[in-house]
Write a protein that binds this ligand. Sequence first.
Ligand code: BJW
Length: 254
Amino acid sequence: MSPDFRAPAASLARARRVVVLTGAGVSAESGIRTFRDTMEGLWKEFDAQKLATPEAFAADPETVTRWYDWRRLGCLAADPNPGHLALAQMEDWLAASGRDFTLLTQNVDRLHQKAGSRNVVELHGSIIEWRCTRTGQKLIPPEQAFDQFPPHSPFAERALLRPDVVWFGEPLPAAALAAAAHAVDSCDLFISVGTSSQVYPAAGFAELALHQGGEVIEVNPQQTPLTRMATWSLRGPSGEVLPMLLDEARKAHV
Ligand code: BJW
């Protein structure tokens, strides 16, 4: 075990209240594309302003829903990777000794739930659920492509279905934001995994955790704006780093 892991693993071993924030990087090893990576990021190929804003949906609902349906099917076909599985195991291990664990995810792919994580807060919604533009009612569409674009809502006349995700300029779901604030306010360890730490409000959570006395571990192959603030930065893919961190913490826990 690299000495770099000992101090953060000891922090995890002694923590009473752990918050993990995940971003697209945690699903990269499941074959789901990130947003901002230099080579594979979606925003290198697609224009966020034309696809991930309420204005884009109003202007061209067909293109936007086709793009989200394509991504929805990719998420449904994907399997959790060792990073997702390590976080589910971390929750079980902490719960077994009466400790708190909250998983805040910016991901819309539901892979944490597929891996067995239970206390998951979806900050940016889910691409697996879609909702009526008029009534807000939600449904989980069948696991095949929609047969019309944009899909019509079954809940109201002349209404459409849109993915139940949070676009730029939209507020995060109030319950998710409240749950995140509560968890971050009282955590003693915050672990930021696979996020570029550029999209707010999630990008501000690690700093809040530090300000109220928590320690912060960052897991990412690249530097981010969080790196200089983090208590420890573990460089590498989460599918490799998280299982090692958990393994070392289990050995350190008495
Ligand atoms: C690996 C890896 C491996 C690679 N292992 N790691 C304050 C300051 C400035 C601006 C703002 C601010 N507050 C709000 C804003 C505006 C805006 C914002 O933050 N803009 C910034 C870009 C500047 N925020 C918003 O608009 C938010 N809403 C809001 O604040 O509302 C306020 C409001 C209140 C009341 C009324 C109205 C409004 C909403 C943000 C919604 C973000 N939506 C998206 C799309 C979701 C749907 C979809 O999937 O299409 O969410 S954008 C996209 O970015 C997606 C992600 O969840 C999010 C974050 O991306 P993430 O996860 O960090 O991915 P990447 O690609 O950026 O990074 C991947 C990382 O993984 C990299 O670091 C790699 O190195 C790493 N990696 N392989 C581990 N194997």
